[in-house]
Design a protein around this ligand. Sequence first.
Ligand code: SF4
Length: 374
Amino acid sequence: MPIHHLYVHVPFCPRICPYCCFCVTPVTRRGMGRFLSNLLFEYRGIANDLQPRTVYFGGGTPTALPTRMLDELLRGMVPSGENAPEEVTVECNPATLSPTKALALRRGGANRLSIGAQSFDPAVLATLGRTHSVRVIDQALGTARMAGFDRINLDLMFGVPGQTLASWEATLAAVLERKIPHLSCYALTFEEDTEFFRRKACGRLSQDPAMEKKMFEMAGMMLGRAGYRNYETSNHALPGHESVHNLAYWRGEDYYGIGPGAVGTVRGVRHRNGPLCDDDSWSEIEREELTPQVMAAERMALGLRTAEGVGETGFRRRFGFLPAERWQKEIQQLRDAGLLTESAEAGGAGRMWRLTDRGRLLADEAAVFFMNEY
Ligand code: SF4
């Protein structure tokens, strides 16, 4: 069976944000051409094993590439005609989406854009070190729509130092006013080896978990009232606008990941690429055989992040045992804590597990219950 999902990592960014922990490099460096040749070479190595339903160009900022390279990239990796994937997403930074690039993406088969807006509050954008303004976000939205993109995601960030509840509410109101069909709302994290981590370590930045909780709940409430479905802990979509690619991750489907820093899981093996080297190459640095136990634990941890939850019929078909046989104590503990609910599967013979509203707020902690032995 061929693999149906492909992630492509483009590491270039106009400027490195002080909280960023991804595999990124400033665009000022030369060698984008060499990078692209290496990427196309890596793609050719897996192309025969791919029949993509989804392709996701992430980063970094794929739209930091010049138009002719975007053309080449999509032409090289996105099948057309009757083999065209159902969903082709490109991440972009608002400041890098010119009309020419947006049209090139459409021409190359992209039908979904994910825009790193982060906030509609200029003060929050400044704290995050973002180079764009609210006006530039609106320009990018106009450009995307003019080019024919109706499937648009905006990334938003909450829990930013100095961000008030009123500021977050105003950002949510701004996206509702702009009728954005998909929103990814993430709490700011302070990852090791980032500028924000260092500032926090020396007391120049701090986190407020109580405020983060209020912001998480506010997003659920405001977006829910406006018709969005909180189909994954951090993701909200109007009906029909869910990300097919990301759902594949959460459902534990196989996917290839290519490019520096990319990760993929194919037939029980997790592949991990290393960072971009000075000569614009990279290589696979890890190949890990996943045991069925690890895959089953990941299925629980990730599946529970989704509104659809995990059903035991499908789980048993795939892994040969029931979640309750392996994690009876853990499931009971999560239920007792009010984080997990059990119901009957629709039309199925088994049970269904889902996180409660409170459980979603603590999804990472709930995951540990299933992953802690691995
Ligand atoms: S734009 Fe995104 S990927 Fe690029 S440096 Fe900023 S946070 Fe990282």
